[in-house]
Ligand binder design. Structure first.
Ligand code: NAD
Ligand code: TYD
Length: 347
């Protein structure tokens, strides 16, 4: 099966490609990625020699390129992950989110419609986020029937893409699938998201910035569990359907930061406990309070469930970052600088 993965040089994409190639030798993966600041071929070095893997550098918004890939590689299905993915950056500069996440997805759909044709049985899987549903209060969880209520330019761009995907199924008979996953963590996550920021800042003796009061809740899933869920949806999902993916691991940000500090105190003790570096900083504008996923549909209909619990997989993740300081230095050497450092400062 020839699978086009977009955004395969990013955090989830690189882990997904490794997962699929390990899992099934009949998968032939073509990775289309434009290598933005968050896309790094460093994350795929171990796979370069694989005969089942091809990298193409390019933009999902390039119609001629995408059409030629679909034809030349006889693509049977697409797992679409390429995106601008960080909420803070979407606040700083939303335009690229509109171009890549909305127009880029539209371009992929148009190419599919032209090359595969309307009513084709090939699959277009749109990898989306729980953030399209907006923010929860203290109770309840997002189901596939929850209303869309995106609050950040990032989540609004992902919601727009979802709507276009849905429309291409209903109007043109494209075999689409949409997944909404909760917050991922694991190896190769670009150090701008909470968990790698905290690990690396702690190791470098810098402050650990917690937005607002630290009581915002995210529902966490280990990246390999997301990959296994995506494979289940891609191979067994029903065309036109939506599947929520989560691992029932709700945590307040402050709890996670303290947990990382205690793991580091044990694995790499410093002169004083790492938690002394915690600093509460000015809140993110429009900061969603709580996300929580009800993933009973994918459990019941596709037989998927996650393998990893949060504490064990977080420890593995911290150990990976401790072993991978070179990777961190290289991916951070580009033009990216932290949104916090540039924009928030101390409260
Ligand atoms: P990431 O930022 O690490 O990776 C994104 C990748 O897309 C990068 O390799 C980048 O180079 C590539 N890319 C960006 N613009 C492109 C373009 N125009 N053309 C081609 N390639 C382009 O993001 P991630 O965390 O791996 O997220 C991957 C997908 O999963 C995204 O669609 C995101 O919305 C979704 N998602 C992420 C999470 C999470 O917690 N990280 C949760 C749910 C859903
Ligand atoms: P993030 O990893 O950016 O993911 P998302 O915004 O998509 O959920 O942030 C996770 C949570 O951590 C979110 O509530 C914002 C908070 N946060 C901090 O408190 N400090 C930080 O330095 C970062 C990056 C995030």
């Amino acid at each position: 099966m020839n699978i086009l993965i977009t955004g395969g040089a990013g955090f989830i994409g690189s882990n997904l490609i490794r997962f699929l190639l390990d899992k099934d030798k009949s998968y032939n993966i073509i990775n289309l990625d434009s290598l933005t600041y968050s896309g790094n071929l460093e994350s795929l070095r171990d796979l370069e020699a694989s005969s089942n893997y091809t990298f193409v550098k390019g933009d999902i918004d390039d119609k001629a390129l995408v059409s030629s890939i679909l034809k030349e590689h006889s693509i049977d299905g697409i797992m679409h992950l390429a995106a601008e993915s960080h909420v803070d950056r979407s606040i700083l500069g939303p335009e690229e989110f509109v171009r890549t996440n909305i127009h880029g997805t539209f371009n992929l759909l148009e190419c599919v419609r032209e090359v595969w044709g309307e009513g084709s049985d090939k699959i277009f899987l749109n990898v989306s986020t729980d953030e399209v549903y907006g923010s929860l209060g203290a109770e309840g969880k997002f189901t596939e029937l929850s209303s869309y209520a995106p609050n950040s330019p990032y989540s609004a761009s992902k919601a727009s893409a979802d709507h276009m995907v849905r429309a291409y199924h209903h109007t043109f008979g494209i075999n689409t699938l949409i997944t909404h996953c909760s917050n991922n963590y694991g190896p190769y996550q670009f150090p701008e998201k909470l968990i790698p920021v905290i690990i690396l800042n702690a190791l470098e003796g810098r402050t650990l910035p917690i937005y607002g009061d630290g009581k915002n809740v995210r529902d966490w899933i280990y990246v390999d569990d997301h990959s296994s869920a995506l494979e289940a949806v891609f191979t067994k999902g029903k065309a036109g359907e939506v599947y929520n993916i989560g691992a029932d691991e709700e945590m307040e940000n402050i709890e996670i930061v303290k947990l990382i500090c205690s793991i580091l105190d044990e694995l790499k003790p410093a002169a004083s406990p790492y938690s002394e570096l915690i600093e509460f900083v000015k809140d993110r504008p429009g900061h969603d309070k709580r996300y929580a996923i009800d993933s009973s549909k994918i459990h019941k209909e596709l037989g998927w469930s996650p393998d990893r619990n949060f504490e064990d997989a977080l420890r593995d993740t911290v150990e990976w970052y401790l072993r991978s300081v070179d990777w961190c230095d290289r991916v951070r050497s580009g033009e990216y600088r932290s949104y916090y450092a540039d924009n928030y400062g101390k409260r």
